[in-house]
Design a protein around this ligand. Structure first.
Ligand code: AMP
Ligand code: FE
Ligand code: FE
Ligand code: ZN
Length: 275
């Protein structure tokens, strides 16, 4: 039985709807997937319904984008209670901060003589959690850059001229919020954090797992984080971080088929927490 526990949809910066993503997962032969949109659970109900229809187990998930010591730290949450009032309130706030921040970033780009409009960005995000990927899409479509990575490297990565901080949860707040809603927190793509010291800090904050198996991890990185997970007795998860075709390097679904044991271990961990 195979799983992929890191997938984005149109609820954040993926290019396919939750329903289409589940259908694709079915066609690729997945038994379980998790939808982990950035800072939102808005795609989960549609995905879970589609999962029931196609016979694919859809694990409710989220990826909370935090910043820590000038590094991107993304915290995954699995088996969260996506109807929890406190969670929904916090996420609603984050959504508003995201909108404000995109407006500021567009202004900065305009000052750099890049003539794009807010509404171009919002028409792509279409009500979902709007962010830098949507801005990158506009920059590519309008010919200002040739690729997503060029958009980030020249303009919108942390420290670049059009980057604007937005209010985010801290890693600690995210870990606690996930815990409070009955979920399990996992540090996403540890190699992309870009600092082993920060990874260790996050472990000290009480993260429950590491996303060891990740599309962009080299074999050496996978081995390194497997060892780290073992050392600190952390759960091991994995996924493709699919954002649909058209984003970054295209559809990743189907390319990472991980053992269902990962899901069993997460479930066992939840049961232990309840006792
Ligand atoms: P945001 O949540 O708006 O700050 O945007 C963060 C998202 O942008 C990440 O989750 C990735 O999907 C994407 N991203 C971040 N850095 C890069 C990069 N260097 N190249 C392409 N996409 C990136
Ligand atoms: Fe993303
Ligand atoms: Fe991420
Ligand atoms: Zn992701």
């Amino acid at each position: 039985m195979v799983v992929d526990l890191h997938i984005h949809t149109t609820a954040s910066d993926g290019s396919l709807s939750p329903e289409v993503m589940v259908e694709k997962a079915y066609n690729f032969g997945y038994d379980a997937i998790s939808i982990t949109d950035h800072d939102t659970v808005d795609g989960l109900i549609e995905a879970i319904k589609a999962g029931e229809r196609f016979g694919v187990e859809v694990i409710p998930g989220i990826e909370i984008n935090t910043e820590y010591k000038n590094h991107e730290v993304h915290i995954l949450g699995y088996f969260i209670d996506y109807k929890d009032k406190l969670l929904l309130e916090k996420l609603e706030q984050l959504k508003k901060f995201r909108i404000k921040r995109v407006k500021k970033m567009v202004k900065k780009l305009n000052e750099l003589n890049i003539d794009i409009a807010e509404k171009e960005v919002f028409s792509i995000s279409n009500g979902g959690a709007v962010g830098r990927t949507h801005i990158a899409r506009v920059l590519v479509d309008r010919g200002y850059v040739e690729s997503f990575s060029e958009a980030f490297d020249r303009y919108i990565a942390i420290g670049k001229p059009a980057y604007v901080k937005r209010k985010r949860l801290t890693p600690e707040e995210s870990i606690n919020l996930i815990k409070k809603t009955g979920g399990i927190s996992v540090l996403a793509h540890p190699a992309l954090v870009g600092s082993e010291m920060i990874v260790e800090d996050i472990i000290e904050m009480g993260i429950r797992g590491l996303e060891v198996y990740y599309y962009e991890h080299s074999d050496q990185e996978t081995a390194q984080y497997l060892e780290l997970a073992d050392e600190y007795n952390l759960l091991v998860t994995g996924g493709s971080d699919d954002h649909g075709p058209g984003n970054k390097d295209g559809l990743r679904l189907g390319k990472m088929k991980l053992d269902y044991k990962i899901v069993e271990n997460l479930k066992r961990c939840i049961n232990l927490s309840v006792i």
